[in-house]
Design a protein around this ligand. Structure first.
Ligand SMILES: Nc1ncnc2c1ncn2[C@@H]1O[C@H](COP(=O)(O)OP(=O)(O)OP(=O)(O)O)[C@@H](O)[C@H]1O
Length: 437
């Protein structure tokens, strides 16, 4: 049976079990054509599957706000939409009040749809300018056959007051309102059908900072009054910190850390979470907020790294076991690999490179041999230094370093998932990082 035990208010309101959402994308015409003489037909179009959400399991408890944070494109909105079944999951199960959503049909599905609502980022485009505020708020009630005309109007006016507007606004059009007020109208509309669960997708990011806190405070008040549970999606950590009880951190389709808010902000356990926290406040938007902590581009979700998704940017990549490392040698090697990969140093002789990265003494054994070979590819005083294309030599150096070190780390070989102890022992904590193995 798909149905779990009948819902008890102490159980999780929502459970995700291995939920994935992949998007099929046809790649460029010629490049995407695959030839395989064994297959029929022998020519096929290669479909890139964008793994926007990949094997996510988590619980959302009744009455809580679970913050979902991560850089743009990491899959937050896709996860929110998949939970509400605005998108069909590629894999996995979603249980709402103990019921598998996939097993619901007809009337049950209709009822559940009204129990789960969504607020979007842009309060401008989500409100039809031709409709009055009253029509906007009563429309979902009408769609769900709630109340009669008079009852709907009364409820809509009450809701306007609850969200911090005025019942007299009922006959106005949305253009007469500010961004913050429009988001309040959206709230009134979402609450009109008496939901238990609301996915809030960047609800305040389009608003002035001065208005954000007011709208967040109203959302908290409404949560209390209506017993709401929120999944609150945002990239802004100060907003997440304001509103969340627990926080899930997402990176390239995976949840990499989940903890109580205080635990997460005071004592982050995943290098990605640390990097995100170190990147606030953003001093200069042109620096991308990274301050050298979050180096490099996010890899493509169509071809994500094996093992830990963050490993290609991780400053704490774990030493591969197969080499013998003396104290400090792996740290030096890791810094050297990063510098070659990003080509961050000026042209130097082999001796200068050794001095700069290894204090003139390379690690002993196999690791030292690989590093020696790499240095010979990129140093200015290599034998036959005039020979060979420079770019190809650097590429060869990067390949050699990655295949000898990074790809052999446990971080590349196994997907990490560890339950940790929380400061408050009754709480659960999760970190997808092999540093906790
Ligand atoms: N309909 C779609 N078709 C193909 N790819 C998609 C689709 N929707 C999202 N994606 C891709 O899935 C990945 C996750 O996108 P998503 O919008 O969920 O991320 P996000 O974390 O919410 O980012 P943002 O805050 O920028 O919206 C991205 O690589 C995106 O390009």
């Amino acid at each position: 049976m798909d149905e779990r035990s009948s819902y008890d208010g102490d159980d999780p309101l929502l459970e995700l079990d291995g939920v994935s959402k992949y998007f099929d994308q046809e790649s460029g015409l010629i490049a995407g054509l695959q030839f395989d003489p064994e297959a029929f037909p022998p020519i096929s179009v290669d479909r890139n599957r964008v793994k926007a959400v990949d094997d996510v399991s988590l619980e959302i408890r009744p009455g809580e706000t679970l913050g979902l944070v991560g850089e743009s494109g990491c899959g937050k909105s896709t996860l929110g939409r998949t939970i509400l079944r605005l998108l069909e999951p590629t894999d996995g199960d979603i249980y709402f009040k103990g019921e598998n959503l996939a097993s619901l049909g007809g009337e049950e599905l209709r009822q559940t749809r009204s129990d789960m609502q969504m607020i979007f980022q842009d309060p401008q485009s989500s409100l039809d300018p031709r409709m009055t505020v009253g029509q906007i708020i009563t429309e979902p009630m009408r769609a769900h056959d709630m109340l009669d005309d008079e009852g709907r109007e009364t409820r809509a006016k009450e809701l306007l007051e609850k969200v911090g507007l005025d019942a007299r606004h009922y006959n106005r059009h949305p253009h007469a309102f500010s961004g913050g007020q429009r988001q309040r109208i959206n709230f009134a509309r979402a609450l009109s059908v008496d939901p238990d669960f609301v996915v809030c997708d960047e609800p305040v990011s389009a608003l002035d900072v001065s208005v954000q806190a007011q709208v967040l405070n109203t959302m908290e008040k409404l949560q209390e009054e209506f017993g709401l549970t929120y999944l609150f999606i945002a990239h802004d950590l100060s907003v997440i910190r304001h509103i969340s009880d627990r926080v899930a951190v997402m990176y390239l389709g995976h949840i990499v850390e989940l903890a109580d808010k205080e635990d997460l902000f005071e004592n982050p356990q995943h290098p990605y979470t640390r990097a995100l926290l170190n990147s606030i406040p953003v001093p200069d938007p042109r620096e991308n907020g990274a301050r050298g902590v979050l180096e490099g581009e996010v890899p493509s979700p169509a071809d994500p790294p094996s093992g830990c998704r963050f490993r290609t940017r991780c400053p704490r990549l774990i030493a591969p076991d197969e080499y013998d490392w003396a104290d400090g040698e792996w740290e030096e090697t890791r810094a050297f690999v990063r510098a070659v990969k990003r080509r961050t140093f000026e042209p130097m002789t082999a001796a200068e490179i050794k001095d700069e990265f290894f204090d003139s003494t390379l690690p002993s054994g196999k690791a030292g041999t690989v590093i020696e070979e790499t240095i010979d590819l990129v140093a200015t005083d290599r034998e036959n230094s005039g020979e060979g294309d420079e770019t190809l030599r650097w590429d060869a150096a990067v390949d050699l370093l990655l295949e000898s070190f990074a790809e052999r780390s446990i971080c590349a070989r196994e997907r990490p998932a560890y339950d940790l102890e929380s400061a408050d022992r009754s709480a659960e904590r999760f970190a997808a990082c092999h540093l906790h193995r």
